[in-house]
Design a binder for this molecule. Sequence first.
Ligand code: G1P
Length: 294
Amino acid sequence: MKLKRAVFPVAGFGTRFLPASKAIPKELIPLVDKPALQYVVEEAVAAGFTTAIFVTAEGKAAIEDHFDRNLRLEAFLASKGKEDLLRTVQQVGSLVEVVAVRQKQALGLGHAVLQAASLLGQEPFAVLLGDDVIVGDTPAIGHLAQVHRETGASVVAVMEVPQEEIARYGCVAAQPLGGGVFRVLDLVEKPAPHQAPSRLAIIGRYILTPAVLDELHRTPPDPSGEIQLTEGLRRTLRREPLYACTFPGRRYDAGNKGDFLRATVELGLAHPELGPAFRQFLQEVVRGLGATSA
Ligand code: G1P
């Protein structure tokens, strides 16, 4: 079955990014010259997804606007002869079909995904989290889609992290099958490091079958009142196999200020127009650092 729809849960307050995210959705804060979320949407488009379902919330309508056409702006740029900018804004507005649904209460990632259920029908779909920006030559979600095509099952992206960091992630107990693919045996959301079954952390890329939605409908909230996607997946394991796979590209946690800064520097260096001058600037900064520490 062709994978067409990708769900982007973007309803969160972005508390880790305050005060920057007070009035601007954190997903629209730019990495160099593009909103962080645009990298993630472009990844899905590169993998063949044609519909973006944004699970959004009050105060976050700018996300829909960003991926919509803006005919007034386009007419303005055309009248000023700014062809390059015109192409840039038209391109963003034409990337995907945009659908927006509201998550009316912040009740967790599983709950966010459930808000899209009536739009997903009985087809498998992708979930991409805006906080995980993955940059590379081939789209990470396309890699998961390939494993899904081979297995017909749900697939989650995983990455090995240091044991002390596993408490920030969903974690899988899994049997390696080779080529970076694993059969998932169990999952646990944000385990204490000494209780984690592995160091394999779930990164925000998923291909999910309709059975996961079914199970999410029945998943009770955790002690903090949130319905966890990880728990929905754990329950799905009783009826279907589940796979995990590593992915190509470099992943940044764009919800973390330090990682955001690192992403800005690396993407700045890789930028075709800005990169060369920025590299020179950084070299000067590093030389200056050498001089002060000497
Ligand atoms: C969510 C998921 C978690 C996953 C993580 C990836 O957590 O619940 O399983 O490992 O995304 O970024 P959050 O970061 O929203 O707390």
